[in-house]
Design a protein around this ligand. Structure first.
Ligand SMILES: Cc1cc2nc3c(=O)[nH]c(=O)nc-3n(C[C@H](O)[C@H](O)[C@H](O)COP(=O)(O)OP(=O)(O)OC[C@H]3O[C@@H](n4cnc5c(N)ncnc54)[C@H](O)[C@@H]3O)c2cc1C
Length: 405
């Protein structure tokens, strides 16, 4: 048995990832995993116990590594990577903390991604280089207090006012709000328009007059990640702040979420990878009944084997879908399916793993309870699993879908 810096046996996830990605990608994964072991893991407990958000120096160290610019083209100063690289980063950081992983993860997959996909040349020139350096951060303003799964019909409204627009309303659950320089606001612009063609996205600076931010208190999941509500009290914006086409804002948001869901599936698998390593280590160390480790019990081995199979299956599926996403061929339902399944299976197996470890699993320093709580977000965030199943069911029952539409 070899123990790494994190005190675990060799990571089981390495065994599965290595044949699934090319050598450069695997080296990148290892580099980020080492950074997480050495720089993040030793500090998480302190942040958790103090109920602190990720401190600025940790954000800066991730920015210095280029983690905010992974998928931004190199001529804007980014790493020129693909979504596969971003998901690998999520697997490496999420192993110790979803909060840490989601910070550059959301900044990229939900922040700079819609700009790269739908932004004008002028908008890209204005923002991408600063986003790549982590000096600016865009947040994804889709969810609202009254509009979660029903996001196509925002209550945030943008009304025409001369040459520009006036935005009113409130967004919530906005990841990274504390550090945000801009919010991409999804607002109703054509109330009488066809379903999913009534809204427009606007890039709004967080320091614009009428914009307010409040950190959402009392959140016990992703505790070190900033989650804010953002208010718009008569905020004036111009046409050149429209991201994508007028009245096609929902398309911008939905297309962005396909990549985001792959990232969330990766976070779920990072928890499974952590729990598997922790539990197999524990099963060999914990002695009960006649000086034998509990790992000799077949019912304990069952849990380890189930986790091992789920991790290999999940990673194989996810890496294939990332490849399809990078080639532009991924079907929308596939991104939903992999998020639903990885979050469901990881959540179920994590509870089994905690039972194998017994009472110690509920201690914060053991690390499992953090993953237990954080996995909740993988089931609800970027589309609640139950609501997403409607999307997945569409190709299975197309006639029923047509009647409902
Ligand atoms: C930590 C965290 C970070 C987040 N970050 C962001 C972010 O950066 N930007 C952003 O815009 N949003 C963000 N979200 C919001 C997230 O995307 C929403 O929570 C999610 O879309 C579900 O919306 P809701 O919570 O309002 O649930 P609701 O829409 O109110 O749904 C509640 C429940 O009802 C059921 N339900 C709803 N619709 C259906 C349906 N059609 N079929 C079957 N069951 C259904 C489901 O069980 C669902 O969980 C974040 C959320 C969390 C918790």
């Amino acid at each position: 048995m070899t123990l790494g810096d994190s005190g675990f046996m060799d990571r089981r996830i390495d065994t599965y990832l290595k044949p699934l990605v090319n050598e450069d990608r695997f080296l990148f994964f290892e580099e980020v995993a080492r950074y997480a072991d050495e720089t993040i893991a030793p500090r998480i407990l302190e942040w958790e116990r103090a109920h602190e958000l990720i401190p600025d120096d940790a954000i800066k160290s991730m920015a210095d590594m280029g983690l905010f610019g992974i998928t931004i083209e190199d001529h804007f100063g980014g790493q020129g990577g693909q979504h596969t690289d971003l998901v690998l980063m999520g697997l490496a950081l999420g192993y110790h903390s979803h909060s840490v992983a989601i910070t550059p993860g959301a900044a990229t997959s939900l922040g700079s991604k819609p700009l790269m996909m739908c932004g004008s040349d002028a908008q890209k020139e204005a923002h991408l280089a600063a986003l790549a350096r982590g000096e600016r951060m865009f947040v994804f303003g889709l969810s609202e207090p009254g509009r979660g799964s029903d996001a196509a019909n925002p209550e945030v409204v943008a009304t025409r006012d001369g040459e520009g627009w006036i935005i009113r309303g409130e967004k919530c659950w906005s990841t990274n709000a504390k550090w945000a320089s801009h919010v991409v606001v999804h607002a109703l612009t054509e109330p009488g328009g066809r379903h999913a063609h009534r809204s427009t996205c606007f890039i709004v600076p967080m320091d614009a007059e009428g914009v307010s931010y409040n950190e959402m208190g009392g959140k016990k999941v992703w505790e070190q990640s900033s989650t804010g509500s953002i208010g718009f009290d008569g905020v004036r914006v111009d046409d050149d702040m429209i991201l994508g086409e007028l009245n096609e804002g929902f398309k911008v948001m939905v297309t962005t979420l396909n990549g985001g869901r792959l990232f969330i599936a990766g976070l779920a698998l990072s928890s499974l990878a952590f729990a598997l390593d922790k539990t197999r280590h524990f099963a060999q160390e914990r002695i009960q009944f006649a000086d034998k480790p509990i790992g000799r019990f077949q019912r304990v081995q069952d849990v380890l084997v189930d986790m091992d199979i789920a991790l290999e299956q999940g990673l194989t599926w996810l890496m294939e879908l990332c490849r399809q996403y990078d080639q532009g061929t991924l079907a929308r339902e596939q991104a939903a399916k992999v998020k639903i399944e990885c979050s469901r299976v990881a959540s179920h197996l994590l509870v089994e793993a905690m039972e194998v470890c017994g009472g110690v699993a509920c201690l914060d320093e053991f690390g499992m309870i953090r993953h237990h709580d954080d996995l909740f977000v993988t089931r609800v965030g970027e589309g609640s699993n139950r609501a997403l199943k409607t999307q997945v069911a569409s190709p299975l029952v197309p006639d029923i879908r047509r009647l409902l539409d």
